[in-house]
Design a protein around this ligand. Sequence first.
Ligand SMILES: NC(=O)c1ccc[n+]([C@@H]2O[C@H](COP(=O)([O-])OP(=O)(O)OC[C@H]3O[C@@H](n4cnc5c(N)ncnc54)[C@H](OP(=O)(O)O)[C@@H]3O)[C@@H](O)[C@H]2O)c1
Length: 338
Amino acid sequence: MSGKSIRWGIVGAGHIAQKFAHDLRYVAGARLSAVASRDKAKAFAFIKSLDKEYPGQDLSCVRAYGSYEELASASDIDAVYIATPHPWHAENAILCLRGGKHALVEKPFAVNLKDGQRLAQAARDTGLFCMEAVWTRFLPAIQELRRLIGAGELGEIQMVTADFGFHADYNPDGRLFSPELAGGSLLDVGIYPLNFARMVFGRPFEEVRGYASLSPMGVDESAVMAARFSGNGMASLACGLCVETSKSAYVLGTEGRAVLPLFWMAREMETQKGKADPVKRQFDFPGFGYQFEAEEVSLALAHGQSESTVMPLSETLEILGVMDDLRRQWGLKYPFEG
Ligand SMILES: NC(=O)c1ccc[n+]([C@@H]2O[C@H](COP(=O)([O-])OP(=O)(O)OC[C@H]3O[C@@H](n4cnc5c(N)ncnc54)[C@H](OP(=O)(O)O)[C@@H]3O)[C@@H](O)[C@H]2O)c1
């Protein structure tokens, strides 16, 4: 896969940033140039820990910044990966776009549609590339699924079921459960089945209804959702922070079906046409799988695109609107939303 040479900066030296940094080694022409933390010593420690935990990458020239502003204004960075908690995605990405950097923004792109629109507008104003980091869409198994659907091999898709629930240790101050950090299962993991269903049907949601159980602090600990698409499309989706679900996705068409275990990080897909025997295929790759979204950035920039055609901003904003609507149904408003 050919692409442009990209000097990456990472904003927020946390858990997911480490995995992304690791996977950059698999992207032709990409390299990690800088890491920004609110604490310079933490940025240094992050780079050091990368070297220790994931040796094999030359990190000698990676700079550590003690503020996001410094990284945003650095002259030798092409693109940034925003890896802060949800409430700061929009603000951090806008800062970097205004500093002339292309932006790959962790999911959710923003906490709500209003902030998402503000970020998308900032990207349009600068003309720089901007994409929500929905890595699932770029995984080899998911690319093959998209091909199968596009070629009509599963017939007309009528139903999708997908869920993503895991058991997180309860921490009222952590980003998963704290209302101040936009906690809850929907924005953290429910976004995956929603995004997956939207991708499979390839057209906008017509209606989404949901039920959630709220924690004592008022965020959704688990939720079920039913979605309707034009024609005969329906999706049954679920998410949770206190329950382990199967984390599988089923794509059911009139001519066949596809089953993806651990669909959001898929390495395997089973397909079955009519009554024929099912066929299981492996789609293995090195690392965690974040290299494919980074490759998308390289390719888009090489082609002079300011948006991805696979994960366009219009779909990101549509899904933010759906999540706003679901939270309205549940009476869930974050304290900073006024
Ligand atoms: N794509 C995926 O598979 C995946 C997986 C996990 C998470 N995520 C997404 O990535 C984002 C970060 O998740 P994470 O698990 O990496 O979180 P995390 O480990 O808590 O790291 C987030 C980082 O954000 C920075 N930060 C800035 N303001 C903060 C604040 N007020 N409170 C706490 N941290 C703050 C911190 O970095 P500094 O202290 O260095 O400034 C922190 O280390 C989330 O939005 C999540 O949805 C994606």
